[in-house]
Design a protein around this ligand. Structure first.
Ligand code: ATP
Length: 318
């Protein structure tokens, strides 16, 4: 049997701006996405039956066809029926380390790893842009997760422009164990509260998106200026998520007081990250997080920014 093991890293949003409504019902976004080295491990193994199966010990991760990793395999099997017939089914094992429903794109990254791994297992020879196109059918964050690193993401988040690597920085991630924010709820609530300020009309959308490309965050990354990156962290979704979950603000303020470069909620939350210029600074900030009132409810991780997305760890090609 042939097998591949892959690393499936999480992402944070250094910048998330909601521009307006799209005709397809999604939001038009301008984001800066960044991979971090907090990662799941995905093992793919060819099996003799023509089935797709998912195994994951984490109680919140489904093992059925609702798992994004399963959906990625089903998509490839449907697109390449000859390869599916030739190589047979696949068993997907997910070793979960990325917190669930945390705004860290754990499920999207797992789907990206399955696309990359099945391309190799079934010898499809797909290009990165072909993989990204398949990924965009599964979820807006999946295309970014394939190559990872630092990138501007526009459209639904699937149109990517790579940025220079800033992988010498660290983050402290704080996630309340019992505080899961549903991404769909966050965007729907934002639309309900702020939809009247959306940019309308195709031309306006283009003009605004162009302005974001030269935004101060992008400039700060291009100039590798950690202090400016920390000052320019931005996330529109904080406007709806923080009022509903004040603990997120408490955590953000705790991180800021501890002396990091900047702190922000990632994606739709509930993870808050503190950007740090050294591992020592990250350890200090993590300690401040531990001193919070209910530390038992709070998971804290230190991660490093990374310039890579899905990577093969090992393969067995008997
Ligand atoms: P995003 O940042 O892309 O919005 P997220 O990090 O907030 O994603 P996920 O961890 O991907 O959220 O999980 C969201 C939901 O998706 C979970 O509640 C879980 O039931 C479901 N799910 C499906 N497949 C997976 C997977 N492979 N890993 C984790 N969750 C998954």
């Amino acid at each position: 049997m042939r097998s591949y093991s892959l690393t499936s890293p999480a992402k944070i949003n250094l910048y998330l701006e909601i521009i307006g409504d799209r005709p397809d019902g999604y939001h038009e976004l301008a984001m800066v996405l960044q991979s971090i080295d907090l990662a799941d491990r995905i093992d793919l193994r060819s099996i003799s039956t023509d089935t797709i199966s998912v195994r994951c010990a984490h109680p919140q991760v489904p093992s059925d066809c609702t798992n994004l990793a399963y959906q990625a395999a089903a998509l490839i099997a449907a697109e390449f029926p000859d390869a599916f017939a030739q190589f047979g089914g696949v068993e997907i094992t997910i070793d979960k380390h990325i917190p669930i429903a945390a705004g860290l794109a754990g499920g999207s990254s797992n789907a990206a790893a399955v696309l990359v791994g099945l391309d190799l297992l079934w010898q499809l020879g797909l290009t990165q842009s072909e993989l990204e196109e398949l990924g965009s059918q599964l979820g807006s964050d999946v295309p970014f997760c394939i190559a990872g690193g630092s990138a501007i993401a526009t459209g639904r988040g699937e149109k990517l422009s790579p940025l220079p690597s800033i992988d010498n920085l660290y983050v402290v991630l704080g996630k309340y164990r019992n505080l899961d924010v549903a991404t769909a709820w966050a965007y729907q609530t934002y639309r309900a509260q702020y939809g009247n300020s959306y940019v309308a009309g195709k031309q306006d959308l283009k003009a605004r998106a162009a302005a974001v490309h030269s935004s101060s965050m992008v400039q700060a990354i291009i100039h590798e200026d950690p202090i400016a990156i920390g000052q320019r962290l931005h996330n529109d979704l904080e406007r709806v998520v923080i009022p509903a979950y004040p603990q997120i603000l408490l955590l953000k303020e705790t991180f800021q007081t501890a002396g990091c470069l900047g702190a922000m909620m990632s994606g739709s939350g509930s993870t808050v990250f503190a950007l740090c210029d050294s591992e020592q600074q990250a350890q200090k900030v993590q300690q401040q997080g531990r001193n919070l009132a209910q530390p038992k409810d709070l998971d804290l991780f230190i991660a490093r920014l990374t310039s890579t997305g899905i990577q093969v760890l090992s393969s067995d090609k008997d």
